[in-house]
Design a protein around this ligand. Sequence first.
Ligand SMILES: [Zn+2]
Ligand SMILES: [Zn+2]
Length: 397
Amino acid sequence: MDMSENIGRHLAELVAFRRDLHAHPELKYEEHRTSDRVAQALRALGLEVHRGLAGTGVVGTLRGRGPRAGDPSRAILLRADMDALPVQESNTFEHASTQPGRMHACGHDGHTAMLLLGAARVLAENPDFDGTVHFVFQPAEEGGAGARKMIEEGLFDLFPVEAAFALHNWPALPAGEFGVRVGPIMAAANRFEIRVNGRGAHAAQPHTGIDPIPVACAIVSQLQLLVSRGSDPLDSAVLTVGVIEAGTIENIIPARAVIKGTCRTLLPETQARLVDGIERIATHVAAAHMASAEVIVKNGYPPTINHPLEARFMADVMAELVGEDQVERDVPPAMTSEDFGFMLEAVPGAYGFIGNGGVSHSCENLHNAGYDFNDDILGLGVTFWAQLTRRWFSRDR
Ligand SMILES: [Zn+2]
Ligand SMILES: [Zn+2]
């Protein structure tokens, strides 16, 4: 069977499905309509469907034709995310969001369409591979750690796999190109809050209180040294204070100041060092000025670290489809973060980029109110997933 023809036959439907998802965005853990549509479509293709992991999560299982298709150790997981963002869409095209303040601004509508109506359908129509594929549609990638929740609720116990793969559209790469790399491809992200406790006083009598404002300012300036002086210049790290709050009026020294920020790194050990450093600097700088500081670190996502064999395999599949020139095998990592990192902590696998930019599609950046997934890349994405599956199960081990 000619796969490109097969995809071509479905392409109009695939575009319509993607645009329908775009018009009906749902926020993290509320992807009920999307989850229903995904489950229905998987059932219609004859896949076994499991629902309920992390609430709206859906897993569709497709067994190939080969003798090892029933062997649970010969299975892979392909993952798409389903959730949208709390953004007011500025686009005015026909498939723009119908939901005020909600938008598919990260292209998860495209990821779901490519994997579902695309790859699942093409492979279900011709399951000429010797193994099992679990198509995973996860909720809450955007800040809700849906991947972690699915794992905690038994994803890999119910669906053991030898490898997991995911693909994100990437506006910085032109359509028709791919990127991947061995090692970290997205950063770990933690949020932190520092509460500086002093003692309130009249603004004219500072010696009777402990002013938390200069203490907070000293902490913010000292935190800058953690990256600029404490980190290997070749090991990317960023620490940003995005909020500093204190006081109500100019003639009162407040009792408390609050600092909030985020730190992002590509390596877990760097992340641990920054978190330790934030705690150490905040408490000691506060103590030096007779104030105190409480530090609360909200653990975010781990770095997304690609495993070498799976990342190289993914790059080979990409190169086979579009040619070596169109594949960045050492694409620069991004300091954004991604909860697929939790899956790559649990099983081997890789996460890659599919170019979303292009001549006919001037793509805004991810999370921008003017962003849209580029429908021109749907067919390529489908072919990628189908090819990856066939190659994985036919490779020499
Ligand atoms: Zn996003
Ligand atoms: Zn995303």
